[in-house]
Design a protein around this ligand. Structure first.
Ligand code: G3H
Ligand code: 13P
Ligand code: ZN
Length: 309
């Protein structure tokens, strides 16, 4: 999937899921746009929904796509694995891919931990994503105030020593819905495409991953506010910049917050406009329809993955 994406100038979307409606939306949108997809599970998702439940849901998702008439390439991936034991447990239970996120560790410890996971995973044909450089924001209980950009001079040694299949780098994205603190009149600073280019030069054609790639679409921030929420100051990475990244060696782009916003906006709108309604299928259904549209839009206009199946 990655080599096709690198050669084809697009990125595979990696969408997080925690519940039925999110997974249905991802599969429906990816079937309808003929897009390969990575469905990913964070540690928080495992705690919320139960690992076994999520794994069986993923099996159901594969079957659902088949029944919709498309043989979709679907990867079940562990997002931000923080220990060998967690990665092993996911590999043992049938995940096709895991991330070991040692980005908060000193370089040598990151290498050693990542190498340990790779050695185990490759016995079972499971691919491994590593990370170099720290993203700001919250990822599974680890909070980083500031991002530390990836140092391009480290990537070659990291990839060689660990044997990873893909590498997440830090070029100015961050997790969550508040990616940049902008003063009045300021606009979002561009991603560090110079660092990306330097990394690409050192590991030509190697699959690069971008985390924290939500754009925080302002139409949802406004709807949330209109219907009683408050997300003042929420801002993300402009979609044009992600499109540009997807055309390069970036071949996996992680999107979670944008889906959360779409679903929250439409659930709030539905409940405000239908105060007598109490059937969760109605309000979750409203969120699900919007999430399908959002994911189709991402695949078509941002990732470039639509039509690649
Ligand atoms: O990297 C963070 C993902 O958006 C997952 O978020 O840890 O709240 O499930 P979570
Ligand atoms: P966002 O918070 O920008 O959606 O990033 C999600 C992510 O990187 C999951 O690993
Ligand atoms: Zn992430």
């Amino acid at each position: 999937m990655f080599s096709k994406a690198v050669a084809g100038g697009y990125a595979i979307p990696a969408y997080n899921f925690n519940n039925l409606e999110q997974l249905q939306s991802i599969i429906t949108a990816c079937v309808e746009t003929r897009s390969p997809v990575i469905i990913q599970v964070s540690n928080g998702a495992r705690n919320y929904a139960n690992e076994t439940m999520l794994r069986f849901m993923a099996t159901g998702a594969v079957q659902m796509a088949k029944e919709m008439g498309v043989d979709l390439p679907i990867v079940l991936h562990l997002d931000h694995g923080n220990s060998f034991e967690l990665c092993k447990s996911c590999i043992d239970s049938g995940f096709s891919s895991v991330m070991i996120d040692g980005s908060h560790l000193p370089f040598d410890e990151n290498v050693a931990l990542t190498r340990q996971v790779v050695e185990y995973a490759h016995q079972f044909d499971v691919s491994v994503e590593g990370e170099l450089g720290v993203l700001a924001g919250i990822e599974d209980d680890v909070v980083a105030e500031e991002s530390t950009y990836t140092q391009p001079e480290e990537v070659e040694e990291f990839v060689k020593k660990t044997g990873v299949d893909s590498l997440a780098i830090s070029i100015g994205t961050s997790h969550g819905a508040y990616k940049f603190k902008l003063k009045e009149g300021e606009s979002v600073p561009p991603l560090r495409f110079d660092i990306l280019a330097e990394c690409e030069k050192r590991i030509p054609g190697f699959p690069i991953v971008l985390h924290g790639a939500s754009s925080v679409l302002q139409k949802y921030v406004k709807l949330i506010k209109q219907y009683g929420g408050n997300m003042d100051g929420a801002v993300g990475v402009p979609e044009e910049q992600l499109r540009k990244a997807a055309a390069s060696a970036v071949c996996k782009i992680n999107i979670d917050s944008d889906g959360r916003l779409a679903m929250t906006a439409k659930v709030r709108e539905f409940l405000a406009n239908n105060p007598e309604e109490f059937d969760p299928r109605k309000f979750l259904g409203a969120g699900r329809s919007e999430l399908i549209d959002l994911i189709k839009h991402k695949n078509e206009a941002v990732l470039g993955s639509a039509g690649k199946v």
